[in-house]
Ligand binder design. Structure first.
Ligand code: CP
Length: 307
């Protein structure tokens, strides 16, 4: 495997392989000194044209745990501000000698373009509304950790599916591993066509919550208000927010997930996000191990035994 651009490229076997490799990385993370020399001499650059907290920092942490060197690129302090093109920026960075480029961009397809320009491995860290494959991997890992397996589990993905790269990658990954997915959203926040999506659709969150193993809340993108997709955020919360009352409809073992960043009080009530059934911070922790596994799969040999 040279690049990680889409969940679709992995298939069920590729997903399982990366999740098993993540188990090894979790074991490394639990050591007194959580570091192995597996990627010594390799350089990983983060090329983020969009803001990020979780993805950027966890890739950087993952690379350091594997003893890789890291480089960070920030648009706001770069020559992009002087008009340098994406292609020239990428070729400039590659000329410094990098082995992997972790790229996030507001336009769908940019990671594929970057991969066509360079010899380095390219990892899609989120492209427009299209895909966010490592988020889906860490979500699968977290569900497997809490529920044992995704097979025959019922997962509701709730909220702004239309603009969500997380939803697209999660649907591909969850269903490849045998889960049933229900999308729950107002019609204006669903894609215009769901042809080919292996999902069911509901507009009634209360009835769906009684049947799910996982409720996966998406960020309500407040900026979309300008597109008049919703009458108001208050109405959205009333119909689709996981309020304290609504959370009581969940089964005893059902878990609550969110990719972050959260809007507490909009898609999830503040106190619901902190319930024991919420695994939101566990998702973040697993993100480091999953991204270590991805970097190792693309760049490494076997994990070092002297960490
Ligand atoms: N979930 C996620 O991609 O978060 P960041 O935007 O903080 O990276």
């Amino acid at each position: 495997m040279k690049h990680l651009l889409s969940i679709a490229d992995l298939g069920a076997d590729g997903l399982e392989e990366l999740l098993e490799l993540t188990d090894s990385m979790t074991e490394v993370a639990e050591r007194r000194i959580p570091k192995v020399p597996a990627l010594r001499g390799k350089t990983v650059v983060s090329l983020f044209y969009e803001d990020s907290t979780r993805t950027r920092l966890s890739f950087e942490t993952a690379a350091k745990r594997l003893s890789a060197d890291t480089m960070n690129f920030s648009v706001s302090t770069s020559s992009v501000k002087k008009g340098e093109s994406l292609r020239d920026t990428v070729l400039t960075i590659e000329a410094m000698g990098v082995d992997a480029i972790v790229v996030r961009h507001a336009s769908s397809g940019v990671p594929w373009q970057v991969a066509s320009w360079v010899d380095a491995s390219v990892i899609n860290a989120g492209d427009g509304w299209h895909e966010h494959p490592t988020q889906a991997l860490l979500d699968c890992y977290t569900i497997r950790e809490r529920l044992g397996s995704l097979r025959d589990r019922h997962i509701a993905i709730v909220g702004d599916v239309k603009h969500s790269r997380v939803a697209r990658s999660d649907v591909l990954a969850f269903t490849a591993l045998g889960a049933h997915v229900t999308l729950v959203a107002p019609p204006t926040l669903l894609p215009p066509s769901l042809e080919g999506w292996p999902v069911t659709v509901s507009h009634d969150l209360d009835s769906v919550l009684k049947t799910v193993d996982v409720v996966y809340l998406l960020r309500m993108q407040k900026e979309r208000q300008t597109e008049a997709l919703l009458p108001s955020l208050r109405e959205y919360t009333a119909l689709y927010g996981l309020t304290r009352e609504r959370a009581k409809l969940l089964g005893d073992d059902a878990i609550v997930m969110h990719p972050g960043p959260m809007n507490r009080g909009v898609e999830v009530a503040a106190e619901v996000a902190d319930l024991p059934r919420s695994v939101i911070t566990r998702q973040v922790a697993n993100g480091v191990a999953v991204r270590s596994a991805v970097l190792f799969k693309l760049l490494g040999s076997q994990p070092g035994s002297d960490g």
